[in-house]
Design a protein around this ligand. Structure first.
Ligand code: ARG
Length: 457
């Protein structure tokens, strides 16, 4: 393709280090689509004849059909997907193929193809995350009133509802979807027509190719266009944040499935056994989601380091932009699907959760709140009185509401029998009815709003 000025061909090492076809063949659909948009524009603008444009476009369809049927051939001499396609086109239609690359460079071509690919990846992530949200909302609705211990520092803190806990992840996923949507909107400008770096002298119509490829408009600066990989970084940042959320949810399931907790029975379909310990059922899918977050975040780091310090415009370093994005996208799709399946099919052992909520003096704050409300005691003092009650209950190995009234009154005479109404875990969660609180009625409101947002109603 560029042999004109060279006296000898590349060494074996040069061919190997240069070849991106082993991975950028994944861009073949985008490459064909962009070439078809480009040649239609060249024909419409009279830059190539209408006959040649039609011949080239038909030839590109034929190449696409071959790729679809038998894959993209990997010939290192042809370097990348762009030259591979153009060379096959020439074999199929002859010299007219040479007109396709008029007013274009591989620099704007790869920038365009890759943007189209990443745009699809944003849409794929969004669709997967919408399914995960549906699963979360459905299970949260089932368990709006199921009581479990809420933790801080992984120590029992206050009773919460399982529905509330699941809806916390709904919120994280809602933000993830907005990050992917935001990235998609920002990247949706067409670099095609920026040519090698400076634009072109041919009378091209960049708005036409932008429109044909579903971009909102052409990019404004050709130097920026061929060297900008922000769109890939935006995607990887959204993917990293999302993977981080999924790893946290995975970790919850791992902890909940452990025998001392016993809060869940994971679906057999997303667990594995042990080759030596017959009783084992391991949460491997969740552990791998937790692990894959590391690789996805690594992809972001990889591309950031590739891009740092690169002067304008294109440099070959940028060919390394694709593997981290492809890897992250593949892993993210898997992680989203695995967590969706886990949320859908896990059995929540609500009896175990409720029993755990009874332990650890989870309603101690309710006693303090009761003293504030019913006896008009300042919260700090109420906190102190409650601490004494917890200490006493602990020394006897009983729950707070198992302390006789006279013992509570010995700690503070302002306590009366109404306090017992506040010390059950049911009363505790029902009381937390502030907006966004854990009260079953609040959870049902949030679930109802989410169901509308997701189109489930
Ligand atoms: N395979 C190249 C890449 O992925 C295409 C662009 C090549 N441009 C160039 N000036 N050699 O970045």
């Amino acid at each position: 393709m560029w042999g004109g000025r060279f006296a000898e061909g590349p060494s074996a090492i040069m061919r190997e280090i240069n070849a991106s076809i082993p991975f950028d063949k994944a861009l073949w659909r985008q490459d064909i689509a962009a070439s078809k948009a480009h040649v239609a524009m060249l024909g419409a603008q009279g830059i190539v004849s209408v006959e040649d444009a039609a011949l080239i476009s038909g030839g590109l369809d034929q190449v696409a059909a071959e790729y679809e049927a038998s894959g993209v051939p990997e010939n290192w001499d042809l370097e990348d997907i762009h030259m591979t396609t153009e060379s096959r086109l020439a074999e199929l239609i002859g010299p007219a193929a040479g007109r396709l690359h008029t007013a274009r460079s591989r620099n704007d071509q790869v920038a365009t193809d890759f943007r189209l690919w990443v745009r699809d990846a944003c849409e794929q992530a969004d669709a997967g995350l919408a399914a995960l949200q549906r699963a979360l909302v459905i299970r949260a609705g089932e368990h709006a009133g199921s009581i479990m211990p809420g933790f801080t520092h992984l120590q029992t803190a206050q009773p919460v509802t399982l529905g509330h806990h699941l809806m916390a992840y709904y919120e994280m996923v809602r933000r993830d979807r907005s990050r992917f949507a935001d990235a998609r909107a920002r990247m949706n400008e067409s670099p095609l027509g920026s040519a090698a770096l400076a634009g072109t002298g041919f009378p091209i119509d960049r708005a036409m190719t932008a429109g044909a490829l579903g971009f909102d408009r052409p990019t404004a600066n050709s130097l920026d266009s061929v060297s900008d990989r922000d769109f890939a970084l935006d995607y990887l940042m959204a993917a990293s944040q999302c993977a981080l959320h999924l790893s946290r949810l995975a970790e919850e399931f791992i902890i909940w499935a452990s025998q001392p907790f016993g809060f869940v029975r994971l679906p057999d379909s997303l667990s594995t056994g042990s080759s030596i310990m017959p009783q084992k059922k391991n949460p491997d899918a969740a552990e791998l989601v937790r692990g894959h977050a590391g690789r996805i975040i690594g992809s972001l780091t990889s591309l950031m380091i590739t891009m740092k310090g690169l002067p304008l415009a294109y440099s070959k370093d940028m060919q390394d932009d694709k593997p981290p994005v492809f890897e992250a996208a593949g892993l993210l799709t898997l992680c989203i699907a695995a967590m969706t399946g886990m949320v859908e099919a896990t059995t929540f052992r609500t009896d175990r959760m409720r029993a755990a909520a009874e332990l650890g003096y989870a309603t101690a704050t309710d006693l303090a709140d009761w003293l504030v409300r019913q006896a008009n005691i300042p919260f700090r003092e109420a906190h102190h009185i409650t601490g004494a009650a917890v200490k006493l209950a602990e020394s006897r190995g009983v729950a707070l509401d198992q302390l006789p009234l006279e013992d509570l009154q010995a700690i503070d005479p302002r306590i009366d029998e109404r306090v017992y109404g506040a010390l059950s875990v049911e009363a505790s969660v029902a009381a937390r009815a502030s907006h966004g609180g854990t009260a079953p009625d609040q959870v049902r409101l949030r679930v109802a709003e989410a169901r509308v947002a997701l189109g489930l109603e």
